[in-house]
Design a protein around this ligand. Structure first.
Ligand code: ATP
Length: 270
């Protein structure tokens, strides 16, 4: 049942997110401000979106951002993957979509994070089996456009995908997933900020310059998820490093060691 995805307000905060301040500002304008300062937004309801498409390569913070938004907004949060809603039985997928939105309305204000939502929105008439998703797609469109803001019910939807080009344009129009936000692989400055955010969780030697690490060879093209792997592995090396005095801390050599071996998870050919 879609209830499986039900959850309370996430504990992820923007402190946990590195290098995405511009994304935070965008969500502030559309979601946080209308919720927290409705009096300042009166009359401008038409101008902010409630449906968002986050797109970009895997491991670059789509889930993290959705959770931080729900946390800052102080709203309930439902995380569900598009394929979980799909059923081979006639009508069951539409029913699952209907139930998802009805759960969300019943715990308003609520944010639905619909990961891999391209599974429900393949371009109509494109390729074999396209008919299979036509009716679910229409159900999704109806849920997105209908009932928003009625009786003070607030349901915000953030859809995430690695394959925006496969999505039917009807889905990404204003009023549906109308606001599109790209989360690319982080650049060097952003990698430094992500490393700083991650390093709050580990014992780091005070001599380590994380901006320098972020610019080193081997660090290019690493995603946020890859950087988690880097910090974890450097941490294990430091923990087990007999040449270091205790209490042991992560040093530059530990990062350098991992960077000679680490491979980006996102291939640049894509
Ligand atoms: P997928 O498409 O695979 O679902 P995603 O874009 O949703 O990927 P996340 O699940 O948000 O990626 O990121 C994976 C992990 O990588 C996060 O749990 C987090 O630990 C780390 N991470 C990614 N981006 C960032 C970031 N900007 N700041 C801090 N950590 C990050």
């Amino acid at each position: 049942s879609t209830r499986e995805g039900f959850s309370i307000i996430p504990s992820v905060t923007w402190e946990d997110v590195g290098g995405l301040d511009h994304i935070r500002k965008e969500f502030y304008r559309h979601i946080i401000k209308p919720l927290k300062h409705p009096e300042e937004c009166e009359g401008f309801e038409f101008c902010s979106e409630t449906g968002f498409m986050l797109y970009g390569p895997p491991g670059c913070g789509k889930t993290l951002v959705a959770e931080a938004v729900a946390n800052e907004a102080g709203v309930n949060y439902i995380h569900i993957k598009g394929p979980q809603l799909l059923s081979k039985y006639v009508g069951e997928t539409e029913k699952a979509i209907r139930e998802l939105f009805s759960s969300a309305r019943s715990c308003s204000p609520c944010l639905i994070f619909l990961d891999e939502f391209d599974a429900l929105t393949t371009k109509r008439g494109s390729g074999e089996g396209a008919w299979v998703v036509e009716r679910p797609l229409n159900q999704l469109l109806a849920e997105l456009s209908g009932g928003q803001g009625r009786d003070g019910v607030i349901v915000i939807v953030i859809g995430a995908t690695n394959r925006p080009q496969e999505i039917d344009p009807a889905v990404t129009r204003p009023g549906r997933f109308g606001k599109h936000i790209y989360l690319p692989l982080p650049n060097a400055v952003q990698r430094g900020l992500i490393l700083k955010s991650l390093s709050r969780k580990v014992p780091l030697d005070s001599s380590v310059d994380l901006d320098e690490i972020a610019r080193m060879e081997g660090c290019e093209n690493l995603s946020g998820a890859d950087l988690v792997g880097l910090v974890k592995e450097a941490g294990l090396l430091a923990r087990d490093d007999e040449t270091c005095s205790k209490p042991r801390r992560i040093k530059k050599i530990h990062f350098e060691d991992v960077l000679t071996r680490i491979k980006p998870s996102v291939s640049m050919q894509q």
